[in-house]
Design a protein around this ligand. Structure first.
Ligand code: CTP
Length: 402
């Protein structure tokens, strides 16, 4: 099943490092190519030579090795892999991953990668149960890192409890399911999602923007990817991380967002969750606008931005089969949303009340109504990820119907 897949195995220091040797044997037997990175502490427990003999591939240990960097830079190491596996993962390397430290080859590769990461923790029971380790695990899981939970049992340090490295066949099973995900209801479909605000420059240091955090759009991109879709996310400037398994195109202005959306077509479904600035400054100044003593503040002439949703939803060969827009309103929610459905030629409008007292704009929860030709469906107040999951489910249903 996994034949031809490439695994980058990071072996960190711990008595359980010997089990990495068995894992390599199982992976090779399953047809995977395995490249190992051994940390300095890992090298106290297993030798590069044994990893190399079993993986039949060069073992990397040093961040600043001139020969290694010229053959295979540390960024290339993760690019060349389908999956990164840390086994055993010590409390130390997990803490480094959670904090974003990059002080050796293993932690640098883990920070630089955009590939899925699986960790198999192994440590003393007290280290595992320590709130610091548990908080680090939570952080990593929230970021999409997959975990093979440690087992419970007698430990090398004469204690008993959770912290033992999972057995190699169990780690192999987790690797295989990540390398060969079951086809989701949206597999084979391409989804385009816009998210975040746009920034419209006034001069090189100032811009017009809005309060969108990108949370709802990013959550929708993640939910569609989780159902198997290939997802292109066109995002304005946001302070949140990229959703796992999604191709992200970063833009600043509405015009750039439209160009990136057009370039991403064809798509089966497009979801426009971005809070696009409706206007931009007619001529952004090339230099920073300076205050002139006694002079009036500068007048900004605004011109309308393109409507990205309306442009992509316009009838034509490139129109996605399902076009979903949002309506962020502070008054007359339903009437305004209904008008947007027709005006923008959308199939569905996800309407939400973004009055400041709702805390929805930039917040963690959302209460939405789904408007379509079939009528209105109102959902309760839900975390933005739950709204995204429901919406992705509805999209999968709709696309399977025709
Ligand atoms: N939208 C877009 N491009 C724009 C403006 C809006 O793609 N230039 C999309 C949004 O992503 C959203 C929908 O259109 O899916 C509605 O956005 P909203 O800001 O609620 O509506 P506007 O068209 O901007 O109308 P108004 O500001 O008058 O409410």
């Amino acid at each position: 099943m996994s034949a031809g897949k490439r695994v980058l195995l990071i072996v960190s220091g711990g008595i359980a490092a010997y089990k990495a040797l068995e894992l390599i044997r199982l992976l090779r037997r399953a047809g995977c190519a395995v490249t190992c990175v051994l940390t300095e502490n890992g090298g106290q427990f297993v030798t590069p030579l044994s990893l190399q003999a079993l993986s039949e591939s060069k073992v990397y240990t040093d961040l600043f090795s001139l020969t290694d960097e010229s053959e295979m830079g540390h960024i290339q190491l993760s690019r060349a892999a389908d999956l990164l596996v840390v086994a055993p993962a010590t409390a130390n390397i997990l803490a480094k991953m959670a904090a974003g430290l990059a002080d050796d080859l293993a932690s640098t590769v883990l920070l630089a990668t955009d590939k899925p990461v699986l960790v198999a923790p192994a440590m003393n029971v007290r280290m595992w149960l320590h709130p610091a380790t548990q908080a680090n695990m939570k952080t990593l899981e929230q970021r999409g890192v997959q975990v093979v939970q440690p087992g419970e049992g007698a430990m090398a340090c004469n204690e008993f409890g959770p912290g033992r490295l999972a057995e190699p066949p169990e780690i192999l099973a987790a690797i295989e399911s990540l390398l060969n995900p079951a086809p989701g209801p949206l597999s084979g479909r391409h989804a385009l999602v816009t998210s975040g605000p746009t920034h419209e420059p006034i001069d090189p240091v100032r811009y017009l923007a809005n309060r969108s955090s990108g949370r709802q759009g990013h959550a929708i991109a993640a939910a569609l990817a989780a159902l198997g879709a290939r997802v292109t996310l066109v995002s304005g400037p946001v302070a949140i991380g990229d959703p796992p398994g999604v191709e992200v195109h970063r833009v600043e202005t509405a015009e750039q967002m439209l160009a990136a959306c057009r370039a991403a077509l064809p798509a089966d479904v497009a979801v426009f969750a971005a809070a696009v600035a409706d206007w931009r400054v007619d001529h952004a100044a090339a230099q920073k606008i300076k205050k002139q003593p006694g002079a009036a503040p500068p007048a900004l002439t605004l011109v309308p931005n393109p409507d990205i949703l309306a442009a992509i939803a316009a009838p034509g060969a490139q129109r996605p089969r399902l076009v979903v827009g949002f309506a962020a309103e502070t008054a007359d929610l339903m009437a305004n949303a209904q008008a947007k459905l027709t005006r923008k030629n959308a199939d569905w409008i996800v309407a939400n009340d973004v009055s400041p007292e709702t805390g929805i704009m930039g917040g963690a929860e959302n209460a939405v109504h789904i408007l379509s030709a079939a009528g209105v469906e109102s959902w309760p107040l839900l975390p933005k990820q739950a709204v995204a999951d429901r919406l992705a489910g509805r999209i999968a249903e709709a696309l399977s119907r025709d």
